[in-house]
Ligand binder design. Structure first.
Ligand code: FAD
Length: 403
């Protein structure tokens, strides 16, 4: 006979960012009546990656055909636009330019055109003179225009997901302990001492997802290495009409410093990618020795440092020297001067790194007994959050059905 136990809910979601809230939303749509509780350590939703990003609805052009990123971004971008329209979230489909500024970047720009077409994304190739049709102040040797890229307010999307999900959302509830028992389910304890019991746990803890996986008793086989992305605000926003990106270096899962006119009308410049000294290390002054020791104790961190020290040194220089940062921006926008860049809030990316130093490129979702862990959900996971949420929900509901 199955032991009788009072569960507070069926599915317990840890993390009230866009992925956790999309999961809650997808569960209650797919299986109405399922009781979902979301535990979020902050006083509101979207206080970390979801509320500190570029606000871009990515088209899916960059990602390997067939990868989760490609499939979910292409589908997710269209769904995100629809969601925003339905719930009255500020958004716009603006299109964007990817601009090559050196000859060495031309083959990579061409490869992006191919990739875009394989992913079914409308792409227009532009010569140097045609760039001005879209962006009169931007200079480059060639560019591509991607029509389906957009912008939106992801914090507002997260709020609407929370409301529409009908889930119980508990803020100020930091999960510090997880007790999983065969057939009994999962009990978690929060820092305030509350105990919440569920049948299945879903881990969407973003920058802390590997820690939560370990609390559950599952070995995630990766570690989150936090990479801060610093932003400036352009004091002369009239220099940029829409979204302007460089050609990314395919060795890294980051897109390079870009110029994005946000939904608020301001133009954000960034983000770079520098190691953060804490998982929520939004400035060089934020250091958490325990977290830093964890990053330094992970062999993968040292392997990245050895492999990519040259790229890293450039990023560090642009982090500590505004002049060097401006210089990099000037490649795309020669008009920009030091005084045009006003420091703005930074974000930190939760990047999964394997023991051998591989930067995990694709989204990574793993299952344990009565648990689903989202272990890598970096950009474009905000864009792709609706399809990601559905996939996580499918796995959670299947774990629930197994009893
Ligand atoms: C600088 C930057 C720029 C980006 N630009 C874009 C972009 O333009 N477009 C795009 O699509 N994507 C972008 N991304 C990526 C996107 O923001 C993320 O992929 C997405 O927000 C991930 O959502 P999440 O819910 O997994 O993580 P988060 O938003 O970080 O949410 C995780 C939540 O878990 C909570 N939590 C953690 N531990 C616990 C615990 N123990 N107990 C309770 N709660 C806990 C945290 O407080 C947090 O709220 C960007 C990311 C960054 C950092």
């Amino acid at each position: 006979m199955r032991p009788r136990i009072a569960h507070d809910c069926d599915v317990l979601v840890v993390g009230g960012g866009i992925v956790g809230l999309s999961t809650a939303y997808a569960i209650t749509r797919a299986a109405p009546g399922t009781r979902v509780t979301v535990l979020e350590k902050e006083p509101g939703p979207a206080r970390h990656q979801t509320g500190r990003n570029s606000g871009v609805i990515h088209s899916g052009i960059y990602y390997r055909p067939g990868s989760l990123k490609a499939r979910y971004a292409v589908r997710g971008a269209a769904e995100m636009v629809k969601f925003c329209a339905e719930y009255g979230v500020a958004h716009a489909v603006t299109g964007k330019l990817i601009v090559a500024t050196s000859r060495a970047e031309l083959p990579r720009l061409h490869a992006l055109v191919q990739r875009g077409r394989e992913n079914g994304i409308p792409v227009r190739e532009l010569g140097a003179a045609q760039i001005a049709e879209y962006e009169p102040e931007v200079r480059g040797l060639a560019a591509i225009h991607v029509g389906t890229t957009g912008i939106c307010d992801y914090t507002d999307v997260a709020r609407h997901l929370a409301d529409a999900s009908g889930a119980e959302i508990r803020y100020g509830a930091r999960v510090v302990q997880v007790d999983r028992r065969p057939r009994l389910g999962v009990a978690v304890r929060t820092a305030r001492g509350d105990v919440v019991r569920g049948r299945v746990l879903v881990n969407c803890a973003g920058l802390h997802c590997d820690e939560v996986a370990r609390l559950t008793g599952d070995d995630p086989g990766m570690r989150i290495v936090p990479f801060r992305g610093e932003y400036y605000e352009l004091a002369r926003p009239e220099l940029v009409r829409g979204l302007v990106y460089p050609v990314p270096d395919p060795a890294f899962p980051f897109l390079g410093v870009h110029l994005t006119r946000g939904i608020d009308g301001g133009v954000h410049v960034g983000p770079n990618a520098v190691p953060a000294l804490a998982r929520e290390g939004y400035g060089w002054g934020v250091v958490r020795p325990r977290e830093l020791a964890g990053t330094l104790g992970w062999p993968g961190s040292w392997r990245i440092a050895r492999r990519h020290w040259r790229y890293g040194a450039g990023e560090l220089r642009r982090s500590v020297s505004k002049g060097a940062f401006t210089q990099a921006v000037r490649r795309l926008l020669p008009e920009v001067a030091d005084g045009d860049l006003v420091p703005a809030a930074a974000g930190v990316r939760a990047q999964a790194v394997l023991r051998d130093g591989t930067l995990v490129d694709d989204f990574l979702i793993r299952e344990g007994a009565r648990a689903v862990h989202v272990l890598n959900a970096p950009s474009p996971a905000a864009t792709a959050s609706l399809p990601i949420g559905r996939e996580v929900a499918r796995r959670a509901l299947s774990a629930l059905a197994q009893g």
